[in-house]
Every structure is written in C-alpha cells, then in structure tokens.
Design a protein around this ligand. Structure first.
Ligand SMILES: [Zn+2]
Length: 133
C-alpha cells in the first residue's frame, strides 16, 4: 500500500467502513509513514469537528423547529377552541345585558304610577273631537 491508496481510503478507515485487509494495510502503512500518520490525525480531527457540527446543528434546529411547530399547533388548537367559545360568551353576555336592560325598562314602566294630577292634565290635553263640537 502506498500513500495514495491510504489517502483514498482514509475517510473510510476513520469511519470504520472498510474491509479488514485494507484496514490492516492502512495501519501498517501509517506505522511506517509519518506523512500519512499526520494526515490521518488531521483528517480524523477535521471529521470529528465536521461530524459534531453536522449532527449537532440540524438536530438542534430540528428540535427547535419541531417544538415551535408543536407550540403553534397547540396554540392554534387552543385558539381554535377559544374563538367560538369567546364568540358564544360574547353573544350570551350581550343577550344577558340587553335582557337585563329590557327587564329594568319594563320594571320602570310598570312601577311608574302617574299621579292623579298628571293623569288629569294628560287627559285634559288629550284632544277629543266629540267634546269640541
Ligand atoms: Zn504514506
């Protein structure tokens, strides 16, 4: 195995995605070749960083995204349920208030007993055609 072979298979060697004879060949070469040993060190370091970034960032973003989406769905569900309820409550309240107002008005009309003078003056002011002739 020469340096180029090692370079070609180095990624798979680090990833441990390689057949045993090739792995053995790379290990044997690296024992003797300091250039490839250094390359392996650098390459595995780089891959570790890249892997960390690759795994970390999307998973974090995905969690964040999923959480946000679920929150939105949850909030939507709450509002979806609340909106008709609030509408219904508003209708009930408006009805209750107007009914109460109506009842109060009715009560005032009923309890309003005009005095005799008022009734007399009302009747006197009332234009009765038969009496005028
Ligand atoms: Zn080499």
């Amino acid at each position: 195995m020469n340096c180029d072979d090692v370079k070609n298979d180095l990624y798979f060697y680090i990833k441990n995605d390689i057949d045993l004879p090739t792995k053995k060949g790379i290990e044997e070469h690296i024992e003797k070749c300091s250039v490839c040993k250094e390359l392996l060190n650098e390459f595995s370091k780089t891959l570790r960083v890249v892997d960390k970034c690759y795994v970390k960032v999307p998973s974090k973003n995905w969690d964040y995204f999923a959480e946000k989406t679920m929150n939105k769905i949850h909030v939507k569900r709450i509002y979806g349920f609340l909106r008709p309820t609030i509408g219904f409550m508003a209708c009930v309240l408006i009805f209750a208030f107007s009914y109460r107002y109506y009842q109060l008005q009715k009560l005032q009309t009923i309890t309003y007993v005009p005095s005799t003078e008022e009734t007399v003056s009302y009747l006197v002011d009332f234009d009765i055609p038969e009496l005028n002739e």
